[in-house]
Design a protein around this ligand. Structure first.
Ligand code: FAD
Ligand code: SF4
Length: 500
């Protein structure tokens, strides 16, 4: 029985997610493409939930959000209660509502009974976004300032979703928290990787502000491995959380293409952000990474590849082709993201592998004033296969910019001064899953660093779990050992920066 006293409202009310802006309009800017629910629309769509006895949406949400409960409250117009429930399991609800690939999680065919029955899934993500955005507008979102302070001080390196979620949870428990990051602003990939058309930056900025308003300290411009080793940092804190993400790009072998030709996707996306100099290493030529007026090829078929092709279109490229070595049904990325990219004009060549790159002979083109220009482009030789794996076509494609979005791995511990940390050999730090504890006493890890490149929602889950793990560790520490460390000040750097 639904709140309105009727069941099966989904029969009369079709699934109607918020509308996307028209393609021609959205290609001219980097603003989010989806509209937001009005209160009336949110109530109507939430009322479609059938309140299943066993809600699989709750199971398939990595945070195990109490989805049917906050949908019911939303349907009844009890928005603040719905928001309180949503925030009780999720530190970034309106962000997950925006960027979770819901078609693989809570809204998947295997997760929502209505989708299975052919009625179209409940618009769970859009309702979650609505609740979070409304909560900010109404002033319901408050920093979680603890009632009492504890003596322990936790250092968190990496201020992405894993680090921020852990910081918020630890502050709420009363720990002193210092967040360190090599960037001048917190947010991690949510701020400096995911393009604005999926997630506008104010959404993450206001969440980061809350964590700092709760009393966490942020030190930007601090690079672990350069400004301190792990051991040095650990001597300043009672526990350390490493939440460094996964930034070591996989580089496909492409004979003929050097570093200058084959650009990695994250570098390209960082360069497309408003202040690329804040995040890119010195010496990277941002102009060269701009797709305007260029023929772009993106390698890879996942969500990062989709972000790259859609960014290239917004920069005004001459055309963009995406090459994926597997078939359309074999990709692990979100179907919805692919649909959006294709609607915006991206051409995807499935089962297509690169063979080599042939740079154009450097040609001197006479310009009007007699000066010379260099033709930067080249040709990419590719092979297409059929479903049985047999080559069916070999061709060349002219291109001026090749972007590789074929995944990444965490850095190796030696590069961030953490020798002794056990990894799986590829940089993914081994942890005890329930607590996030590494093999080094008092050192914890979370997010992409300890699970490999994943999703924001998993990073939040890890951040919450590791906060509980650190709390358990420090409580045990208090009971068994006298305090040994005297220096409780965070490690200062010359470039300490405020959040904003
Ligand atoms: C292009 C792109 C698009 C994506 N789109 C989505 C999406 O739509 N939906 C989704 O759910 N997920 C998406 N993801 C994945 C998601 O962003 C990540 O899974 C998530 O951000 C991981 O969180 P994290 O906190 O572990 O790491 P990060 O967000 O990467 O944060 C790590 C932080 O550590 C800092 N750091 C790293 N090394 C050091 C060091 N040595 N010293 C100091 N600081 C350091 C970094 O500056 C960064 O701020 C996307 C990823 C990419 C690359
Ligand atoms: S956090 Fe993600 S998976 Fe969970 S309910 Fe929200 S949108 Fe769905």
């Amino acid at each position: 029985m639904t709140t309105s006293g009727t069941t099966q409202r989904y029969v009369d009310i079709p699934r109607e997610p918020p509308e996307d802006r028209a393609v021609q309009e959205r290609l001219h800017d980097f603003q989010e493409i989806a509209a937001r629910f009005s209160e009336q629309e949110a109530r109507r769509q939430a009322s479609r939930c059938e309140q299943c006895g066993v809600p699989y949406c709750h199971v398939y949400c990595p945070l195990h959000n109490n989805i049917p409960d906050w949908l019911r409250l939303t349907a009844e117009g009890r928005f603040e209660e719905a928001y309180r429930l949503a925030e009780s399991t999720n530190n970034l609800p309106e962000i997950c509502g925006r960027i979770c690939p819901q078609d693989r999680l809570c809204e998947a065919k295997w997760a929502c009974t209505l989708e299975q029955a052919g009625h179209g899934t409940v618009t769970i993500g859009a309702v979650e976004q609505f609740l979070g955005d409304l909560a900010f507008e109404k002033g319901w979102v408050r920093p979680r300032i603890p009632r009492a302070e504890r003596q322990h001080h936790v250092g968190i390196v990496g201020a992405g979703p894993a680090g921020l979620a852990a910081a918020e949870e630890l502050r709420a428990r009363g720990y002193a928290v210092t967040l360190y990051d090599r960037h001048g602003l917190p947010g991690g990939l949510l701020r400096f990787g995911i393009p604005g058309f999926k997630l506008e930056k104010e959404a993450i900025a206001r969440r980061a502000r809350l964590v700092l308003d709760a009393g966490a300290r942020f030190i930007g411009g601090f690079t672990l491995g350069r400004d301190a080793t792990l051991a040095e940092l650990a001597s300043r804190h009672d526990a350390i959380l490493l939440a460094l993400g996964a930034y070591r790009a996989n580089r496909p072998a492409l004979p003929g293409a050097g570093e200058e030709t084959l650009i990695d996707g994250l570098t390209y996306l960082l360069a497309s952000m408003q202040e690329p100099s804040a995040t890119l290493p010195d010496g990277v030529d941002v102009e060269r990474l701009d797709a305007r007026g260029r023929r772009v090829i993106v390698l890879g078929g996942g969500d990062t590849a989709m972000d790259c092709v859609r960014t290239a279109l917004r920069q005004g490229c001459l055309g963009v082709i995406c090459l994926y070595r597997r078939g359309e049904l074999d990709r692990s990325g979100s179907r919805r993201e692919l649909n959006k990219a294709q609607a915006e004009g991206v051409q995807v060549l499935w089962r297509t592998e690169t063979e080599s790159y042939l740079p154009h002979t450097i040609t001197m083109i006479e310009a009007a004033a007699g000066a010379c220009a260099v033709d930067e482009g080249g040709r990419l030789v590719v092979r297409r296969r059929n479903t049985a794996g047999h080559e069916i076509e070999r061709r060349t494609i002219d291109t001026d910019l090749i972007i590789s979005a074929t995944g990444s791995q965490p850095d190796l511990p030696a590069t961030y001064g953490a020798g002794g940390l056990i990894t799986n050999g590829n940089g993914v730090v081994r942890v005890t899953p329930e607590t996030g504890a590494t093999n080094l006493p008092g050192v914890f890890a979370a997010g992409d660093l300890s699970r490999g490149p994943s999703l924001a929602v998993w990073a939040i889950r890890d951040g919450r779990a590791v906060a509980a793990g650190i709390h358990g560790y420090l409580c045990a520490d208090t009971m068994t050992a006298p305090r040994k460390k005297l220096a409780r000040e965070p490690l200062a750097t010359s470039t300490a920066a405020p959040a904003e």
